[in-house]
Design a protein around this ligand. Structure first.
Ligand code: URA
Length: 239
């Protein structure tokens, strides 16, 4: 369920701010009944009228993008840097990224215009696994890898259990490749975890999101999710 003013704004009727004014003024009806309460949540199938005219709600769309580096995970940027939605050029829908990858992180990012879906994917209890490949400074010891997998104390609390594996090392450059599978999605989580154990991240890529991979895609490429993939993700998540 989404907030009424958001649904009206998403349908392109007016801004979210003005939609609030319309609601308070009694110009909005949900399933035939005037609703003046701001923040009222409306189910996906509700009929919403503004001044007696039904609004057309956007059909939900779902995309998987291979985010390149030097791209912001947002719909616009005040410094005019490229944003992830620039890459999805086959839809007019008001899509946005589900969560964030850092400016310099590459990899798998989902985008949608479906607020319920996005919220359920990001819900902390949804436990959706995300697989990252990190190039780090130095060579983490077995003990360090175990600490990472048990959870690391960060300034916003201890991280949950992670699956951590050493992939390869480069003695000459003093770097290593580490794979981490986490189900949380805190800000800069992987970088903070590795920094905390003395192995700062030099490069980061998200290779998998649940069962989804980047197979067949190059940086900047995208594809629509198949209905069966969307259904499977919904099943995995808390609603
Ligand atoms: N963790 C990070 O530190 N950065 C990302 O972009 C994603 C996960």
């Amino acid at each position: 369920m989404e907030r009424l003013q958001k649904v009206i704004a998403h349908a392109g009727v007016t801004s979210r701010r003005k939609a609030e004014d319309y609601i308070v003024a009694g110009r909005v009806a949900v399933n035939g009944k005037v609703v003046k309460e701001l923040g009222t949540k409306v189910p996906e199938k509700a009929t919403i009228e503004v001044d007696g005219i039904p609004i057309e709600r956007e059909a939900p769309v779902f995309f998987l993008l291979y985010k390149p580096k030097k791209v912001i995970s947002a719909v616009e940027d005040d410094k005019d840097r490229p944003v992830v939605t620039d890459y999805i050029d086959e839809t007019e829908a008001r899509i946005y990224p589900i969560g964030r990858l850092d400016y310099d992180t590459t990899g798998l990012l989902l985008l949608t215009n479906d607020g319920d879906f996005a919220n359920s994917m990001m819900h902390p209890r949804s436990n959706i696994n995300k697989t990252y490949i990190a190039k780090v400074k130095g060579k983490p010891s077995k003990d360090t890898l175990q600490r990472l997998s048990r959870g690391i104390k960060l300034d916003d609390g201890k991280t949950g259990p992670a699956k951590v594996s050493f992939k390869s090392g480069n003695k000459k450059n003093d770097t290593s490749i580490i794979e981490l599978v986490i189900s949380e999605g805190r800000n800069h989580q992987i970088k903070r975890m590795l920094e905390a154990v003395g192995h700062p991240v030099l490069k980061l890529k998200r290779e998998r999101y649940a069962f989804l991979t980047l197979d067949g895609l190059d940086p900047g490429d995208f594809r629509s999710l198949k209905p069966v993939e969307v259904a499977k993700l919904r099943e995995m998540a808390v609603t």
